[in-house]
Ligand binder design. Structure first.
Ligand SMILES: NC(=O)c1ccc[n+]([C@@H]2O[C@H](COP(=O)([O-])OP(=O)(O)OC[C@H]3O[C@@H](n4cnc5c(N)ncnc54)[C@H](OP(=O)(O)O)[C@@H]3O)[C@@H](O)[C@H]2O)c1
Length: 283
């Protein structure tokens, strides 16, 4: 069995990757502050720790999902260096592993939307700047950068969770009408990533949902599929200070053209998620 190192294994994305790949690869799971049984604790910004660890471990693949989120980066710019310093250390100390670096739609300024891999990044947030800097560590002939956008599934603690929690209590949801992205259902993301790894794909790819929606439109769709009152969704404009590009939607046609793998639409994704949430409550 090939060896796969997952960074950020205690995080939202990392924990889903661990579940998805645990039967397919021999996993080495790295976390940082969260102490989880079976995970190794390493600060990926500490060169001594990374170099020492690299001597004991020779993975075939690295899924690099450690990082800091947008709000944290804005409030703690000095600590947000994990988004790029970790990438520099990984390429330096694991030169023979094929690394998949999870990057973000926030590398774009968000003025035009439907960004392709050929569009020039121009980040407007500290998070976006640090993610782009992280990308620069990777030689695209040897490694792979995956930009994604608005990951969601039943365990999500962000926007999706807020919408469902409010609606289920009959409370209103305030959702921005002018902030757009391409929401990405995690099970589909994992299937794509698995297919990419099977092909040892290197290069730059946008791996995300097919449809660009505003947060308002997305909330309406969630309410519809989950059977909640759609009138509880109230549209409003994001303030200028809002920490997100206006339209960071990504175009996924490059990877969809390469893989012979269906990526169902947002409605189907939400229906699947709803079905899973019913099954989980029955257990
Ligand atoms: N969530 C999304 O919608 C989304 C969209 C686009 C791109 N991404 C990218 O996907 C990646 C994962 O996002 P996420 O939502 O899963 O974030 P998350 O839940 O905040 O998880 C971040 C992970 O990084 C680890 N980490 C933080 N600082 C570290 C350090 N100094 N050394 C080692 N590990 C460290 C954390 O470990 P501890 O918790 O143990 O401290 C945690 O496991 C990020 O790089 C993000 O840019 C996410």
């Amino acid at each position: 069995m090939k060896k796969m190192l997952i960074t950020g294994a205690s995080g939202y994305l990392g924990s889903v990757l661990v579940k998805h790949f645990s039967s397919k690869y021999k996993l080495i799971k790295l976390s940082y502050k969260n102490k989880i049984k079976g995970h190794l604790i390493i600060d990926l910004t500490d060169e001594e720790q990374v170099s020492k660890f690299a001597k004991s471990c020779n993975p075939d693949y690295i899924l690099h999902a450690a990082g800091k989120k947008a709000k944290f980066c804005e409030e703690n710019p000095e600590i947000s260096l994990v988004n790029f310093h970790s990438s520099e250390l990984i390429t330096k100390y694991f030169p023979s592993a094929l690394t998949y670096y999870i990057s973000s739609d926030f590398v774009f300024d968000g003025f035009k939307g439907n960004f392709k891999e050929t569009d020039t990044p121009n980040p407007s947030t500290i998070y976006g700047i640090t993610k782009l800097k992280g990308e620069k560590s990777f030689n695209l002939k040897k490694h792979c950068i995956i930009r994604t956008s608005g990951l969601f599934d039943t365990n999500e603690k962000g926007f999706m969770n807020y919408v469902i929690s409010q609606l289920s209590q009959g409370k209103k949801v305030e959702a921005f009408t002018n902030i757009y992205n391409t929401p990405t259902y995690l099970p589909y993301f994992c299937n794509y990533l698995e297919a990419m790894i099977r092909l040892n794909l290197t290069g730059l790819f946008h791996v995300c949902g097919n449809e660009k929606v505003s947060r308002f439109e997305f909330s309406k769709l969630i309410a519809k599929i989950f059977g909640y009152d759609r009138n509880l969704i109230v549209g409003k404009m994001a303030p200028k200070s809002f920490l997100s590009p206006i339209d960071s939607s990504l175009d996924n046609s490059k990877i969809r053209g390469l893989l012979n793998l269906n990526w169902p639409n947002l409605k189907t994704a939400l229906e699947d998620m709803y079905k899973n949430s019913l099954n989980n409550t029955k257990v």
